[in-house]
Design a protein around this ligand. Structure first.
Ligand code: ZN
Length: 381
């Protein structure tokens, strides 16, 4: 019977302590480009986790927050489980001073309170519960990264190296408002498009100009036409710029372009279609180049099915219902799912309105969702 496990008993009375750690973490600004802030969050987590049976590895990252890798439990040849959380937020440094952690009843507010400092708290308490009760059934590895909100380019190789040989990966992005977890996510890519043309005076020698703005404008409807709701592919030109003034034929134009995919098999044909659109000389004498800025792998539902079943059973025993959901948002879970490792996401405490000033964490889900993660890990023994 899962509920008699000492690790769940250890977690049961910890809500106050979990809230205290959440307040500490939220009140440290950790905007993705703020390395110092992200490293302070790392140090707060390491200070909380320090203790017997816990080992630490700090992997330096030059431009962003270092990666903290924490291990509890041992056993040669015993496949580990990996828990993941990102410390960075989308809120510029100084946001904490303007609106620090605030609690009202069962709700907490503040920058990153749901996405995903409450998830970091959950991981920290699950790790500590297994360490203090000396009951880790196999090695438990927690990875705390610092660049997820900007694409995880620095931490991706560390995530992948840490996932090799794992029996499961649990990613603690916020639980959905419904209480559900995330069983599948879109992947995609973000591309910068630069178009060059030829400048000319709009009155004196108009005919000598080659308008980069017109060339870009002709490409946008064709790029948007790649959207297909039936297959789940979406494309979006979200930013455009170009030209220097009304009286000059524009010699340059640029766009930021977002593409979302449901399965990795959609990537090659979609990229080929994009390349063909960019290569077309819609306005003679213009030239377009696409630069890949970041890349996300979809988390496909087949990789989460077994873990979802285990999590639902654990949640039911603890006393709440949770199903699996699909979301168009991307996360680090796509990297490990694409490696063929069973991966489940959205296991953090329930949160809403991420990336807004109204972001909120449901504090009454801190303990039960930590227990459900611990019970899911035990079920994998
Ligand atoms: Zn997140």
């Amino acid at each position: 019977m899962i509920l008699q496990q000492p690790v769940l008993d250890w977690l049961a009375p910890r809500r106050g302590e979990m809230e205290a750690l959440l307040e500490t973490l939220v009140n440290i600004d950790s905007f993705s480009p703020d390395k110092a802030g992200n490293d302070r969050v790392l140090e707060a987590l390491a200070a909380f986790l320090a203790g017997e049976g816990v080992s630490f590895e700090r992997i330096p990252v030059a431009e962003f927050g270092d990666v903290l890798k924490v291990t509890v439990g041992a056993g040669a040849g015993n496949a580990h489980a990996l828990m993941m959380g990102h410390r960075d937020t989308v809120f510029p440094t100084g946001t904490v001073a303007a609106r620090p952690y605030r609690k009202a009843g069962d709700r907490a507010y503040g920058p990153g309170v749901a996405d995903m400092k409450s998830g970091l708290v959950l991981i920290a308490f699950v790790m500590k519960a297994f360490a203090e009760t000396k009951s880790a059934p196999f090695p438990l590895v927690a990875l705390f990264t610092g660049d997820e909100e900007i694409g995880s380019d620095a931490s991706r190789p560390i995530i992948e190296a840490s996932a090799v040989g794992a029996r499961a990966v649990l990613n603690m992005e916020p639980g959905r408002a419904s209480g559900n977890v995330v069983a599948a996510r879109k992947g995609g890519l973000w591309m910068k498009i630069d178009v060059t043309g030829k400048a000319a005076h709009a009155g004196v020698n108009h005919e000598a100009g080659r308008s980069a703005i017109e060339a870009l404008a002709r490409k946008i409807p064709r790029l948007h036409a790649l959207t297909d709701y039936a297959t789940g592919i979406t494309t979006n030109v979200g930013v455009i710029a170009g030209g220097i003034g009304h009286n000059t034929v524009a010699s340059w134009a640029s766009a930021e372009f977002d593409v979302r995919l449901v399965s990795e098999s959609q990537r090659a044909p979609t990229l080929a279609a994009i390349e063909a659109i960019l290569a077309a000389e819609d306005v003679p004498g213009t030239h377009a180049v696409g630069t890949h800025m970041s890349h996300r792998v979809p988390m496909e539902a087949a990789m989460s099915a077994d873990l979802l079943a285990r999590y639902r059973t654990a949640a039911a025993e603890i006393g709440f219902a949770a199903d699996g959901e699909f979301t168009g948002g991307c996360a680090d879970s796509g990297f490990t799912a694409a490696m063929g490792i069973p991966t489940l996401c959205g296991l953090g405490p329930v949160g809403e309105k991420a990336h807004t000033d109204e972001e909120v964490c449901h504090l009454d889900t801190l303990v039960p969702r930590a227990q459900a993660v611990a019970a899911t890990l035990l079920s994998l023994a």
